[in-house]
Write a protein that binds this ligand. Sequence first.
Ligand code: ATP
Ligand code: MG
Length: 441
Amino acid sequence: MGSTHGTRPQRATDGIRDRPPIRQGTGGTVMANPTFAAIDIGTTKVCTVVAEIIAGEIRILGTGVGPSAGLNKGMVDNIHAAIEAIASSVDKAERASGTRILSAHVGIAGPHVSSMNSRGIVAIADPRHPITDGDVQRALESARIVNIPNNREVIHVVPRYYVVDGQDHVVDPLGMFGSRLDVETHVVTAGSSAMHNLMQCVEGAGVRVDSLILEPLASAEAVVDQEELNQGVVLCDIGGGTTDLAVFVQGAVIHTAVLPVGGQNMTKDLVVALRVPQPAAEITKRKFGHAIPSMVEDDEVLVDAFGSEGTKSVRRRLIAEVLQARTEELFETVLSEIRRATQHDTLSAGLVLTGGASSLPGIELLAEDVIGLPARIGRPHHLAGLSDQLSDPAYSTSVGLLRMAMKSHDVMFRTAPLLPSASLGGLLRKVAHLMRLVLPQ
Ligand SMILES: Nc1ncnc2c1ncn2[C@@H]1O[C@H](COP(=O)(O)OP(=O)(O)OP(=O)(O)O)[C@@H](O)[C@H]1O
Ligand SMILES: [Mg+2]
């Protein structure tokens, strides 16, 4: 399972990069410290992180961040450009960590993702024996049989809770006695072509896909704490092209969604409202932006502009007004997603905002105002190693992918034989295992 060491598999596929080894691998022997790689292929950046696990804790070995390309609203729209961007980020991470990345856990998002709740039911063959992992797997498999069009595929079957002979909200049925096992799950599906395009890009960059993980679930793993999960919380990752949502009630996910709006829309609004080039609008947003106009001085700032003069003076409050309008609209859409999922009184912990665009000052106050729930900014923390850069909210997904990879590793060592990793079916089963461990504690 070690994803970064060993001999690179030979591949014959056209377009697949071949990179020279950086460090001698361990030749398939079991490593003292398991090493993992994760790739977050965002709309604005690609981030590859390599980490090892020491005494149950993640230690970052190296990070490779580069600009993204070939992606729009979280979906691949130019395979060659995306392969190049991924390869460049992987190269940087390999150099930084001194390891060779053979395979990685990869985030998936985009408006093609949708989710539903589904119940699986199985009879226990011999109620005199305790419920086994095999029974749980059968229940999950039965929940996975949902009615979806044949151009969609199931990527996650997340157990929310179990019911053993009518006893509700069982967290872990293993070892219990019963004659019937039900599992309530959250099933996430993705458009087949969007999913295969993404996998093709990663493989094209010379990296095998260990698992595909829905990005808001990964981000939640990095920044939401257990008490917030228990009391009900919404994870809201506002990236460049998408806003990823995951709604948790009583410690388990009940709704996930990916909205096609993010920080790039805020920048584009500034381009139009101020009539300035995109790079200037991006700098202006990061330097002078605020989500609450009344909280900024009404002074003027100089920004690069189109036209004969090359620069222009802009009121800071106008910048904030433009950003507020877009952000307010975004939170109204988030509010309707929340209403589709649950009632406000099940979400005592409110919202955890993360993703690069959550660095906009005042954004949590605007979220509280529009959504009517408490809000805070979530940053990845508790990381050893070279982790300073990763504590920015833009890296929540990358860190969450690593955390989920770490837990899946535990599962794979507990459940022999190992599941096949090359086939998609194997991949899905691995993810189902992984999610079982991660979420419903
Ligand atoms: N200080 C800041 N103020 C406002 N916005 C910011 C700030 N810093 C970064 N951003 C915005 O964050 C966005 C990038 O966020 P992030 O890196 O999380 O996106 P991504 O993961 O590449 O994209 P996605 O998740 O949407 O596919 C950009 O639109 C950028 O303008
Ligand atoms: Mg992102």
